[in-house]
Design a binder for this molecule. Structure first.
Ligand SMILES: Cc1cc2nc3c(=O)[nH]c(=O)nc-3n(C[C@H](O)[C@H](O)[C@H](O)COP(=O)(O)OP(=O)(O)OC[C@H]3O[C@@H](n4cnc5c(N)ncnc54)[C@H](O)[C@@H]3O)c2cc1C
Length: 185
């Protein structure tokens, strides 16, 4: 893994881009500290050191969106400037999916977009934000006497969108589903 100073951003993530991200998200949700960037450079099972030679796993900036509009604005800004964007849930996949390969913007989806939006008992579905962890969603359902019939065994920490993104498989009997259709934003 390469180690770089926080102020030594890549060519494309300029201080001006950081300013624009701060305008979108507020300063508190835009982080360029070296420590944070290092922490977000790997997932549950870090790749061997050699991976750092081929890839730039350290993001230039870690951002914590709270709304869908903010995510859209970040992606638009990144696209216009040719900057890589990597979304990250709880990083439990362990196969490097949430690790950057070309630095850029790391979208931490689990910090500000982790709520259950709606439990519709009549139509038997639950809608959550993409960074909502399974456990939180399941607890909300259980309070209403409902079960989510399928879930990863990493449910205490894995996010719903991370599971969808990896085409997650389930250890439970899916015939018992809400009992559960899920959707995430
Ligand atoms: C103990 C243990 C048990 C496990 N059991 C299972 C199991 O039973 N079934 C199973 O399928 N997996 C299992 N896994 C693997 C892992 O937990 C799942 O893949 C999990 O769903 C990943 O969720 P995450 O939030 O950690 O995603 P991350 O690891 O953060 O991300 C995984 C991928 O999804 C992308 N991603 C994350 N959030 C978003 C988003 N909001 N929008 C778009 N893309 C996004 C990331 O970029 C990355 O490519 C297990 C892992 C562990 C450690």
């Amino acid at each position: 893994m390469t180690s770089r100073k926080a102020e030594n951003l890549s060519r494309k993530v300029t201080p001006e881009i950081i300013n624009q991200l701060e305008e979108i998200l507020g300063k508190d949700n835009v982080n360029t500290s070296e420590m944070d960037r290092m922490l977000y450079s790997h997932d549950l099972a870090p790749l061997p050191k050699e991976a750092g030679i081929a890839f730039n796993n350290i993001p230039d900036v870690v951002v914590r969106p709270h709304t869908v509009d903010q995510v859209a604005s970040i992606v638009k800004l990144a696209y216009q400037n040719g900057i890589a964007v990597v979304p990250r849930g709880a990083s439990t996949w362990g196969l490097g999916g949430s690790m950057p390969t070309a630095a850029g913007i790391l979208l931490d989806m689990s910090s500000g977009m982790n709520e259950v939006i709606k439990l519709d008992k009549e139509n038997m579905y639950v809608k959550v934000q993409s960074g909502c962890i399974w456990k939180k969603m399941m607890e909300v359902c259980e309070k209403e006497g409902l079960l989510v019939g399928s879930y990863p065994s990493s449910f205490p920490s894995a996010t719903v969108a991370g599971w969808i993104s990896t085409s997650g498989i389930v250890p439970a009997d899916t015939s018992t589903e809400l009992q559960g259709t899920t959707s995430s934003t």
